[in-house]
Design a protein around this ligand. Structure first.
Ligand code: FAD
Length: 501
């Protein structure tokens, strides 16, 4: 980055807002896997006007910047840019909740607002609304997660579908609002993402076309009755999936409200596994768990009976939990009612052979994690084959098969796999990278492809020669002629950014 860009950023943000100290740059360049990236500065704006000025300077000085909202993108690259030589634009200080409506159930947020912050905000108002939470860091950003199209548990967990009125600063420093926001429609902009004309919200997710400085997020009304279900899948995995598909298509179970787990994954979360010592779990039944959201107890009980009958031939066991099952119910119910929890993040510490500290810093503490996230057709045979293949590849490479699957819609499923290891062990890191690549190759051979990538896998987006890659590049050139915003992030990359971390 040029000295003149740093000086001009300092003039806008003050000395406090521009950090170029070696210690900070080294810290910020750490992910949950080894990375060679060089970061040039950390910029910390406090206002939208400062964000606009930072981008104008970036464009004028050809100095690339990489925005992060909270930078907890653990397992995908954390805060580390997708290309070398970027200044990290840390939006964490823009953390205001700028609108909330209890009647229609929406909030307008700045990018620094965390899941925990929003949860507390709603609880303090005794709101009947909640935001479907991720299984990841409570101090992750709602907007950062939405822009990655992250996944959560519960109704309206499709982040992109529940987002509108994006307030975006373009790489040139101009500001645009999507949807009804462009009319300044005070109320309507929060309520619909279907204003006349092209629907552009998706363009700013998994892309590098703009910095989102605000958005409206739709909430979910708490159900009159929540019931949970858990069980073991029977010997014939495909039969379970084929039976379950119809439950989603018929609206008996909501999308994103059911997961299938390798037994290792669940045991790890419950702190039961001495994982390093655990052999491959082949042969143990896969588990499932989910939630029923219903307007009343009667409706929930009717749904329960329908599910029990439909799944009976395909499960080893199934149990339903309601409020009367107090302790166990309360523990799991929070997951499905938007209560953030750090329990999953704490599991990243097991390869270190010590308990998780009070303040979780997996990047700094050398906790190795890489995700592999793929979408699979909702066909029993194909889903089962993908899971069994993943288990075999991971155990062969010496990794605990931490594999889970979400029932995304009635047409497709998402498999998310975590490779856990000690990132301070160079050999383990190399092995994890190889296994990560092997999994993606093996999935591709089965016609199964990623729905989310990390900086370690951006090259997997596709060939730069594809027609779609050409269109993405033309869009990028139109809004970012200098190529200064997040080069290498979901852009079908140049030869230099396509590979390497
Ligand atoms: C144990 C564990 C469990 C996890 N479980 C889940 C899970 O259930 N679901 C899930 O989705 N993830 C999960 N994660 C992954 C990850 O931690 C979360 O997705 C987290 O929300 C991402 O970090 P963040 O919210 O701070 O976003 P950030 O890191 O701030 O943003 C992510 C990326 O989006 C882009 N970006 C961010 N903000 C902006 C902006 N304002 N404008 C333009 N671009 C921007 C940047 O490229 C950035 O790198 C898990 C991680 C761990 C370790």
């Amino acid at each position: 980055v040029t000295q003149s860009a740093v000086e001009r950023w300092r003039a806008v943000l003050g000395d406090q807002g521009v950090d170029t100290t070696e210690a900070t740059l080294a810290r910020i360049a750490r992910a949950t896997f080894r990375s060679q990236r060089r970061v040039t500065a950390v910029l910390r704006p406090h206002t939208i006007e400062q964000v606009m000025a930072c981008l104008q300077i970036a464009s004028a000085c050809a100095a690339p910047v990489y925005p992060v909202s909270r930078g907890r993108n653990w397992g995908f690259g954390s805060r580390v840019p997708a290309a070398d030589g970027c200044a990290v634009l840390d939006l964490g200080a823009l953390d205001a909740i700028t609108a909330f409506d209890e009647t229609l159930g929406y909030v307008q947020l700045q990018p620094g607002v965390t899941f925990e912050q929003l949860h507390r905000y709603l609880r303090a108002r005794n709101s009947r609304w909640f935001l479907a939470a991720i299984g990841g860091p409570p101090d992750g950003s709602v907007i950062g997660n939405s822009l990655e199209r992250g996944d959560a548990a519960g109704p309206n967990a499709d982040r992109l579908a529940s987002l509108c009125a994006l307030d975006v600063v373009l790489p040139t420093g101009e500001r645009v609002r999507t949807g009804f926001g462009r009319h300044g429609a005070a109320e309507l902009r929060h309520l619909s993402n279907r204003a006349a004309g092209p629907q552009l919200d998706g363009l700013f997710t998994q892309s590098n076309l703009g910095v989102v400085v605000g958005a409206t997020v739709w909430l979910t009304e708490r159900p009159g009755q929540l019931l949970l279900f858990t069980g073991e899948i029977g010997a014939h995995l495909p039969g379970f999936f084929d039976a379950f598909r119809s439950l989603v298509a018929q609206g008996v179970v909501a999308p994103m409200a059911t997961s299938v787990w390798h037994p290792c994954k669940l045991a790890l979360r419950d702190g039961q596994v001495p994982p390093a010592a655990r052999p491959a779990a082949t042969g143990e039944p896969w588990l499932f768990s989910g939630a029923l959201y219903a307007a009343s107890r009667d409706i929930a009980l009717a749904q329960r009976d329908h599910i029990a009958a439909a799944l009976a031939p395909h499960v080893g066991s199934i149990a339903f939990l309601g409020e009367e099952d107090d302790a166990e119910f309360a523990e799991i119910a929070g997951t499905f009612l938007g209560v953030p929890s750090a329990d999953n993040v704490a599991t990243m510490y097991w390869p270190k052979g010590r308990p998780a500290p009070q303040t979780l810093d997996p990047d700094g503490d050398g906790c190795g994690l890489q995700w592999v996230c793929v979408t699979v057709p909702f066909r029993g045979e194909i889903a089962a084959r993908a899971l069994i293949m993943a288990e075999a590849v991971m155990t062969r490479a010496g990794f605990l098969p931490v594999i889970a699957l979400d029932v995304t819609t009635s047409r497709c499923l998402q498999i998310f796999i975590a490779l856990y290891y000690d990132a301070d062990d160079e050999e383990a890191d190399r092995r994890a990278c190889r296994c990560h690549d092997d999994l993606l190759d093996a999935f591709a051979r089965q016609g199964v492809y990623p729905y989310r990538l990390g900086i370690q896998s951006m090259g997997r987006l596709g060939s730069p020669d594809e027609p779609l890659a050409g269109l993405v590049r033309r869009l990028k050139t139109a809004v970012d002629p200098g190529g200064v915003l997040a080069p290498g992030r979901y852009d079908f990359g140049s030869a230099t950014t396509r590979r390497g971390r």
